[in-house]
Design a protein around this ligand. Structure first.
Ligand SMILES: [Zn+2]
Length: 273
């Protein structure tokens, strides 16, 4: 993977001697892991633009965190993307080790980097917007941008071309695993009435990226973007109906959005077996 193709620079600022070389090699390696996957290539290609170069540099603090976004380019003339990421923090002996079994989802090197690159992508496309405030049932995502980054990284984790991975992450607070219920198809839309408007807005903001992810990863375990593009009415029904177990109410919600009886029968069987 040639970094120049993607206008990405790895800057080992603050490191000396062998540590500099090791930093550049490790970050390049983790970018290669991302680049080997379908979803990773879609993301890198959607970030890629000559007037928005991206710098990856060490994270300034020793903590279980990395940061990604946009900043004024030091040479002037607009903005650039940046990620502060230190691989050593996330390794086996790092402060943020993946050996903590209960709290490791989305915490592998490339998963962390992918998450931060989603933040870069939203800045590169001029769509960065932490509003609106998330509803109570979405509070685990903190804000709109973290919701988008966690959502996309979970699709990256589900991507079958991504061979080494942890698991689906429940939200933005910590690295706990997503519950089996939350991981089910359409479940995101049933979890909160505000999930569907957020996904709709994301797809309106970034149609090229979201459609590519929906089309090219249509059959993976977790892909709410594919569910939204393929079956928007079903998403609508789940948003209205939530997770009740009442068959009659569920059927009413589906007929309320104008679905034919045959579809209602199938969906009811799926949702409330
Ligand atoms: Zn984030």
């Amino acid at each position: 993977m040639d970094l120049r193709t993607y206008f990405i620079t790895i800057n080992p600022v603050g490191l000396n001697g062998a540590a500099r070389q090791r930093y550049v090699e490790q970050v390049h390696e983790h970018l290669r892991w991302i680049h080997r996957t379908k979803s990773g290539r879609i993301l890198l290609n959607c970030i890629r633009r000559p007037n928005f170069p991206v710098e990856i540099r060490p994270h300034a603090l020793v903590e279980c965190n990395a940061v990604g976004g946009g900043e004024p380019a030091p040479a002037g003339g607009g903005n650039r993307g940046f990620v502060t990421y230190t691989p050593g923090h996330f390794g086996q002996h790092g402060i943020c080790t993946t050996t903590d079994g209960a709290n490791r989802s989305g915490r592998l090197f490339d998963e962390i980097l992918f998450h931060e690159l989603v933040h870069v992508f939203r800045n590169a496309t001029g769509r960065w917007n932490q509003a609106p405030r998330l509803g109570f049932a979405m509070r685990q995502y903190d804000d709109n941008e973290e919701f988008i980054a966690v959502l996309c990284t979970n699709i990256y984790v589900s991507d079958r071309t991504n061979k080494i991975k942890t698991g689906l992450r429940a939200g933005h607070r910590g690295y706990g695993a997503m519950s089996v219920t939350d991981a089910m198809r359409f479940s995101l839309f049933a979890s909160s009435a505000s999930a569907l408007p957020l996904v709709k807005q994301f797809c309106a903001d970034n149609p090229i990226f979201t459609k590519a992810i929906a089309d090219q990863l249509a059959d993976v375990e977790y892909n709410p973007l594919a569910d939204f593009y393929k079956a928007p009415l079903i998403c609508e029904a789940f948003a209205l109906f939530g997770r009740s177990n009442d068959r009659r109410q569920f059927r009413q919600a589906l007929s309320g959005i104008g679905l034919p009886t045959a579809v209602i029968d199938t969906m009811t069987k799926l949702a409330i077996p």
